[in-house]
Design a protein around this ligand. Structure first.
Ligand SMILES: [Zn+2]
Length: 255
């Protein structure tokens, strides 16, 4: 074999391996897209209850009905609530499932607000209406945030997804998307004056980065709805700047 023939032989070998690699990458991507597009394939347990479809990687206990009833009670407080709206929930007790579907295994739950509006919930004890924090850390504000709160919070994101212009996260401010979800999911269980006082003293509870809680965003939305009398549709149609809201909330002049 002369030099030229060796060159062409090596080139054919390289092209063959590049093709095999491309096929392997394409199959991996297809398998991943299949899992994301059809998540029920990965969850062996399923129930239907009212407008909810629930899947889980563990057996679903009968107390799910009470948890979903309480989530519905919370969602019902929203002007956006539609009783017939299907809500798909996937319990990911194995955190890798949460990672595959939501690219995040630290949050209590995640909703796909880009395409499917499926809800993915982290490891939970449905029977006691609670979710577990990653690495067994204590859950902040647990008393106000049972599992039914988490489902109602994510269910509110589904309503936002269906009601308002998309892509939701690019069109509207983060404080509004999360503040309204927290406002609905707490269903009125929120002390406006106390949280406003905490804001004034720069309490960590009102800082998402320090507490992991949406209480400052909730306070801002509660001000617009409960104090200014705006509807959620009016707020989403013309969201104010958060900086202006914070100035108002810290000021005594408006109250
Ligand atoms: Zn949220």
């Amino acid at each position: 074999m002369n030099r030229k023939q060796r060159f062409y032989c090596r080139r054919r070998t390289v092209i063959k391996y590049v093709k095999l690699l491309a096929i392997a990458v394409a199959l991996t991507v297809l398998a991943y897209l299949g899992m994301v597009a059809f998540p029920p394939l990965m969850f062996s347990n399923h129930i239907t209850y009212q407008n909810y479809e629930v899947w889980s990687d563990r057996t679903i206990p009968p107390q799910i009905n009470q948890v979903l009833d309480d989530a519905t009670r919370r969602l019902h407080t929203s002007d956006l609530y539609e009783p017939n709206q299907k809500i798909n929930i996937f319990f990911c007790n194995d955190s890798w499932r949460l990672w595959i579907h939501a690219f995040d295994d630290q949050s209590a739950a995640n909703t796909d607000v880009w395409l499917t509006h499926n809800i993915y919930v982290r490891e939970s004890d449905i029977a006691t209406n609670r979710f577990y924090a990653p690495d067994s850390k204590p859950i902040p504000d647990l008393i106000h945030r049972p599992l039914s709160y988490v489902i109602a919070h994510e269910g509110t994101h589904v309503m936002e997804f269906l009601q308002f212009a998309r892509p939701l996260k690019l069109k509207y401010p983060h404080w509004l998307i999360e503040g309204y979800a927290d406002y609905v999911a707490k269903a009125g269980d929120f002390d406006f004056d106390k949280n406003r006082e905490l804001l004034k003293i720069d309490s960590p509870l009102l800082d998402l980065q320090r507490s992991g809680l949406y209480r400052r965003f909730h306070l801002e939305v509660a001000y617009l709805i409960d104090k200014k009398g705006l509807t959620v549709k009016q707020i989403f149609a013309n969201p104010p700047h958060e900086k202006d809201l914070l100035t108002l909330l810290k000021s005594d002049a408006i109250f």
